[in-house]
Structures are given as structure tokens and as C-alpha cells.
Design a protein around this ligand. Structure first.
Ligand SMILES: *[C@@H]1O[C@H](CO)[C@@H](O)[C@H](O)[C@H]1NC(C)=O
Ligand SMILES: *[C@@H]1O[C@H](CO)[C@@H](O)[C@H](O)[C@H]1NC(C)=O
Ligand SMILES: *[C@@H]1O[C@H](CO)[C@@H](O)[C@H](O)[C@H]1NC(C)=O
Length: 601
């Protein structure tokens, strides 16, 4: 092919040689090299240098080109000198003068030839050499393909910054150059510039008509990496979750107010007040209880040293440590929680302390450790309802419904006031495919706990799951009303959130109503990340992207588990990307085109 090129263009080359000697000197020389295919190399060090446009325009390089001009005039001294080298291909030195001396068609043809040489070098994995050829080609023609080709070399050399530079130029010349967009995305991902990678991957899905599943999967992977990086970079704020969450946590345990007496003093008095706050389950009670527990721990630690009081205070000190551990656990600081609970267990091993530790272990998926703790708890107090309820919970979460049922039943018999045991048993029945029996269990529970907002809320969830929307909405309304009447914080905003979710799925017309419910939910439970995430989704549907982003970010801060935080951040980041795509004129036009096509189809 290169021979053909030379033969076809010989005349043109010779004609040009008469007019612009220097340019043609280089061109002719290069073409001869191609003809002989091997053995030759230019004498000077210039050829091994990368050809950079900037360098060529410098005065120093123009003097170099004059030297070259002389050489080519005087025959072919290069050929002799070049024999020492073993490299087959030679990259020509293209100075500004040389380039200026060529016609457009000559430049194009020569550039294409240089590219072919680059491709040969690339195939032989001589990436550096290939880069030189592509660079030379680029000095003759700003072709996006050459940039793309050169970026492939940089990619092979793991020089991702350069990959990004070249692909960016290629894309600016040819916006729908998907090969380059994908290559740039890959480099951005490797350099952990995830937002940029996401932008490119999104563009790819648009150019692919939203039908490329493999690109979508990569996009999801990058979004996740990006979100994890953001969550990792955030300062860890240790705060208690919403009162509804804490309420259901402590609500599942039996009350311990009897452990301490009202007439107590010092550390015990703090503990007394703390336990009272916890059982009051009022909206701000937990923050206060947290402070009181810490005061109890400090005071009791000091009192334990005093010999005359020893025994009792030691036990109370252990109890205070347990509660402190529970609060740290709720604040999502499992390491401190584990430390505190171990300290408590060393002083006085109680069933409940083992249960707390089991929860800490289960939370980090150390199920074997958790089971050991449950066993120790059962041995320490076989009649503790806390043990069976939480063991049941662990079985439930791991999908072992039969064992969960056995343990919940036992928990219910030992602690008949634990409304959650009734709810869990009804849910298990439903999950086992017996909806009618499950509904009966809910009805029974309602008779036993007529003012509990929990029961209608979870009953509503089951009805919604079964597709009985009207029935579900009725239960959510009952639950919300009961919660309003209650002076304690039980389900909090849950029935409002549930209702909003159900109606917003029902029809778009209901979106304003859902929004109103969710705004109310955010007010009622300012720490509910679920309320904020749900409201944000409605805002997105209303095209209020900025509000949505803010709400997603707030829910990330409120979320307790890392996984929930990552999810909230991914929603926020995906919304930001949507905004960025919308402000890109080329992509917006492409989307509009796709919309028209799908409308026409
Ligand atoms: C250079 O570009 C051409 C055209 O897109 C392509 O066929 C060839 O594989 C590319 N070579 C490299 C090394 O990317
Ligand atoms: C999806 O995109 C990737 C990357 O651009 C491409 O390699 C693949 O061929 C595409 N698949 C389809 C079905 O378009
Ligand atoms: C709890 O479940 C486990 C596993 O089935 C079982 O071994 C244990 O006896 C149960 N506890 C009670 C009190 O039923």
C-alpha cells in the first residue's frame, strides 16, 4: 500500500521538490524509506524526538531544518548514517516550514501513510514509536482518528493523563466518537475522576440509544465507587438516628426501670433518670438519655473505687456501660460500642449485655459470633425475653423464618407487652404465604394494643404488598392518627411516608398530595432519612433537581449505615449528572432526537 502511494504521488512530489526544497526533502526522504522498508534511520537525533508543534515553531528548530535542507540537497547522506540502526521505520522531522510547504492533499496523504506506520508499530507493541508516527501524522492533519490512535498507545502505556488529553481533542473534533468517549471514561475511572467518567458513560448510553446494558453496568459501578469515595471522605458525625429508630430499638427490650430506685443519688440517680427518659419514648428524650447515661458512667466509675459501696454500684456501673454501648451502637460507632460492652461484661455478665454484643456482631455480619453471644445470653438467663426476640430477629433477617417464629413465640410468652413480637409473628405468617392468617394476627394484636400506631402501620405495609391499596391507605391513616394522639414517639413519620409512597406510585396526579405528606413527615421526624429520600424522589419527578440533590445529601448525613449513606449519595450524584447532561447542548440535542425517533416508532 505504501508503494502504491509512492508511485501514484511521485510526480507530485517531484514537482513540489522544485518549489519548496526543504519540505519535499523530508517528504521524499520519508517516501524512500518506505520503499526500502528497513535499514535506514535519519542521521540526526531529531527523528527520535517526539514531534511537537510548539517545538517546531521555535527559532532553534528552524535552524535545524535549515541544516536538514542542506543535507537533502547534497544527495542522501542520511542513508549512509542510518545503516547503523536496526529500527525499520523512521519518523520524519516535520518542522513548521516543512509542513507549510505541502499542499492540502499531500499533507493528507502523507499523514495517512504515517498513521499506517503507527498502526504497524502499535501492533508490534512499539507504543512509543507508534506515538511518534501518530504525532507526525497530526502535524500534517488534525484528524480525530489519529488522536484516537495515539490515545490507544498512551492507554497501553498506562499514561492516562495523556489518554484524556488526546481523546478530549478527538471528541472535540468529533463529538459522537464513542470509541474515544469509552477510552476516556476508562482512563478517568482509573484516575479516580469518577464524575468525569460518569459523564462520558452517560453520553455513551445516550449515543447508544439507551440500549447498551454493558455501558450501564459500568456506569453503575463507577457511580458506586464515586459514592463510596464521597462517603469515605466525609467527616464521621456520630449522631443518634431518628427517634422512631431508637424507639423501636429499645421498645423491643423489656423495661428496666425497676433496677434503680427513685431515691437514689449520684451515679444511680443519673441512671434512673436516663432509663426513665428511654421508656418515655418522647421525641427529644433520647438525646437527653444519652447525656444522662454518660453522666451515670462517669459518676459510677468514680463510685466503684469507693470500697464501702462496692457490690451494688459495680453492677449498676456495668448496666450504665451497657446502655452507653447501646447508644454508641445507635450512633453507628460499633468499635466504641464493642469496647464498652466488653467492659460491662467483664464486670457483670448479664443476658442483656450479651444480646447487645450479639447485635453489634450481627450488624457487622459476624453471625457466628452473634450466635455465640446469644447462647451465652440464654445460659446466663433462660427466661430473658430479650434473648429470644433478638435471636428471632436475626433468624428473620437471615431468612430462616421457622427458627424466627419459634423464638418470637417464646419472646412473646415471656414479654407479652412487646408489640414487635406480635408484628413479627404476623409478618412471618404472611411471608410463609398465609395472608389470611397474617391478617387475623394483626387483628388480634390490634385488640391487645388498641392505641399502638405500629400495628396498623405494618399491617398497611402487608396490605400494600398484597396489592390492597385502599386497605393499606386506610391502615396508614389510622396509624398516623394514633401517632398524633400519642405523647410518645412510636412509628413517627412512617405511616405518612408509607402513604406517600403508595399514592405516588398509583398515579402522577397524586404527586402533590404525596409531596404534602412527605413535607409533613420531614417536620414530624426531622431525623428521618427515609422521609427526605422519598421527598427528593418526588422533587426529581417535578424536575426540581436542586431541591432533590439537597434532600439526598441531607439524608446521607442522617442515614445510619454506610450502605444507606452510599445509596443516598448515589442518588444525589446521579441527579447532579442529570443536571450536567441537560446543560450539554450536544447531548440534549441527541436526547431530543431519540425522543422524536421513539415517538415516531
Ligand atoms: C487507528 O484507527 C483506525 C481507524 O479507527 C483503527 O482501525 C485502528 O485500529 C486504530 N489503531 C489503533 C492502534 O488504535
Ligand atoms: C456497548 O458499548 C460497548 C462500549 O462502547 C461496546 O463495546 C459494545 O459493542 C456495545 N454493545 C452494543 C450492543 O451496542
Ligand atoms: C430459638 O431458635 C433456635 C434455632 O431454632 C433453637 O435452637 C432454640 O431452641 C430457639 N429458642 C427457643 C427458646 O425456642
Amino acid at each position: 500500500m505504501s508503494d502504491n502511494f509512492f508511485i501514484k504521488n511521485k510526480t507530485a512530489i517531484i514537482v513540489t521538490a522544485l518549489t519548496v526544497t526543504s519540505a519535499v526533502g523530508a517528504y521524499l526522504y520519508y517516501s524512500q524509506q518506505q520503499d526500502h522498508q528497513g535499514g535506514d534511520r535519519t542521521s540526526s537525533d531529531k527523528s527520535s524526538k517526539k514531534n511537537e508543534m510548539g517545538e517546531d515553531s521555535k527559532p532553534s528548530s528552524s535552524s535545524k531544518s535549515k541544516k536538514k535542507k542542506k543535507k537533502s540537497k547534497s544527495g542522501s547522506p542520511e542513508a549512509g548514517a542510518a545503516k547503523e540502526s536496526k529500527e525499520p521505520h523512521v519518523v520524519p522531522r516535520l518542522t513548521a516550514e516543512v509542513v507549510a510547504g505541502l499542499s492540502e492533499s499531500e499533507k493528507e496523504e502523507w499523514a495517512s501513510k504515517l498513521k499506517e506506520d503507527g498502526n504497524v508499530e502499535f501492533k508490534q507493541k512499539n507504543y512509543q514509536k507508534a506515538i511518534e508516527f501518530y504525532s507526525a501524522a497530526l502535524e500534517l492533519k488534525q484528524d480525530p482518528v489519529y488522536y484516537s490512535n495515539r490515545s490507544a498507545c498512551y492507554s497501553a502505556l498506562d499514561d492516562h493523563q495523556k489518554v484524556i488529553e488526546d481523546t478530549t481533542t478527538a471528541i472535540s473534533l468529533k463529538p459522537d466518537y464513542t470509541k474515544c468517549i469509552l477510552r476516556r471514561a476508562t482512563s478517568y475511572e482509573l484516575l479516580e475522576q469518577y464524575e468525569e467518567a460518569m459523564f462520558d458513560l452517560t453520553a455513551l448510553t445516550i449515543y447508544g440509544g439507551f440500549s447498551n446494558k454493558s455501558v450501564e453496568q459500568v456506569l453503575e459501578r463507577v457511580l458506586r465507587k464515586h459514592s463510596i469515595k464521597i462517603v469515605d471522605g466525609k467527616e464521621k458525625i456520630l449522631a443518634l438516628p431518628s427517634s422512631a429508630t431508637i424507639g423501636s430499638f429499645f421498645g423491643a427490650f423489656s423495661d428496666e426501670n425497676a433496677l434503680v430506685s427513685e431515691e437514689s443519688q449520684g451515679g444511680e440517680a443519673f441512671l434512673y433518670q436516663a432509663l426513665n427518659k428511654i421508656s418515655s419514648n418522647a421525641r427529644d428524650a433520647y438525646e437527653e438519655a444519652d447525656v444522662l447515661i454518660n453522666q451515670a458512667v462517669t459518676a459510677l466509675a468514680a463510685e466503684v473505687g469507693e470500697e464501702e459501696k462496692e457490690k451494688d454500684n459495680k453492677d449498676l456501673y456495668a448496666v450504665a456501660l451497657e446502655y452507653s454501648a447501646a447508644f454508641q451502637f445507635l450512633k453507628n460507632d460499633p468499635a466504641t460500642a464493642a469496647e464498652l460492652i466488653n467492659k460491662a461484661l467483664a464486670i457483670k455478665p448479664r443476658a442483656r449485655a450479651y444480646v447487645f454484643r450479639a447485635l453489634i456482631n450481627a450488624d457487622k455480619s459476624s453471625y457466628e459470633e452473634a450466635m455465640k453471644d446469644f447462647k451465652s445470653a440464654e445460659e446466663s438467663d433462660p427466661s430473658s425475653p430479650d434473648v429470644y426476640y433478638h435471636l428471632g430477629q436475626l433468624f428473620y433477617l437471615t431468612g430462616d423464618l421457622d427458627n424466627a417464629e419459634v423464638n418470637f413465640t417464646k419472646a412473646k410468652s415471656l414479654h407479652p407487652d412487646n408489640v414487635y413480637a406480635y408484628i413479627q409473628l404476623a409478618c412471618i405468617t404472611y411471608k410463609k404465604g398465609q395472608p389470611e392468617e397474617a391478617f387475623e394476627k394483626f387483628t388480634e394484636a390490634k385488640l391487645k394494643f388498641p392505641t399502638s400506631p405500629e400495628i396498623p402501620n405494618y399491617y398497611g405495609e402487608i396490605l400494600a404488598d398484597k396489592g390492597d391499596i385502599q386497605g393499606a391507605l386506610k391502615q396508614f391513616d389510622i396509624s398516623a392518627r394514633l401517632q398524633e394522639k400519642l405523647d410518645r414517639f412510636s412509628v413517627g413519620a412512617l405511616p405518612l411516608i408509607n402513604k406517600a409512597t403508595v399514592i405516588s406510585r398509583e398515579s402522577l396526579e397524586k404527586l402533590p398530595e404525596a409531596e404534602t405528606l412527605l413535607v409533613k413527615a420531614c417536620d414530624l421526624d426531622p431525623k428521618s432519612e427515609l422521609a427526605r429520600i422519598s421527598l427528593a424522589q418526588i422533587k426529581l419527578q417535578n424536575d426540581e433537581v436542586d431541591e432533590a440533590i439537597e434532600l439526598f445529601e441531607q439524608s446521607c448525613d442522617l442515614a445510619r449505615s454506610i450502605e444507606e449513606k452510599i445509596q443516598a449519595v448515589s442518588f444525589a450524584e446521579a441527579s447532579k449528572m442529570q443536571k450536567r447532561i441537560k446543560s450539554d447542548p450536544i447531548l440534549t440535542a441527541k436526547i431530543a432526537e431519540l425522543m422524536r425517533q421513539s415517538g415516531a416508532l
